[in-house]
Design a protein around this ligand. Sequence first.
Ligand code: IMP
Ligand code: MG
Length: 195
Amino acid sequence: MGTENMQPSRVLIDRHRIASRVRELGGEIISDVREQRRSHEGDADGPSVVLVPILTGSIVFVSDLIREMPLMLRVGVVAVSSYPGATMESKGAKIRSDLPPDLAGKHVLVVDDILDTGRTLALVKRLIAEQQPASLRVCVLLRKLTARREEELVPDYVGFDIPDEFVVGYGLDYDGHYRNLPDIVALTEASASRA
Ligand code: IMP
Ligand code: MG
């Protein structure tokens, strides 16, 4: 597929739908956390909660999500790159920063913008599991319905299932651009006359 003329064209999920779904997700997550803590013997508050957002795509999502989660929590980011340059194909995931330390015994929630092949989340989950957290869950805003899924990865929380299209906005980028669009927009090839 040519990549020079790609531009955001069609709103797939607008800002209002995103906001109300993020509010619902926050509610689901905190009620699960409270449940997990109740079932944790001998400790009234239970293990503490750490969100691990995957940079850079999850920045907008996680900043909205944590404000829908009125409980004590910490945030520790991890940087992973999967689409170097102007490409829409996953080239495999690479960790670009240290993982947050001290996740042992914590309720860890990994947050990402989108699940595509599953490589990014599988890698991050594998590395965090080595630290032996009390629990390890995954929340994605978008899950692409794609045949390219390589890793057996079932997220615990999903904002929206979307068709197998390349999307930008609300933190998601194409070659570093369009993260600041407030809606989630499909990227399509511009017609030659408009390029
Ligand atoms: P995976 O490792 O193939 O699951 O890819 C996940 C990562 O690829 C996400 O964190 C995104 O950064 C990026 N990605 C996958 N699909 C899209 C898309 O449609 N638009 C923008 N980024 C995407
Ligand atoms: Mg990303």
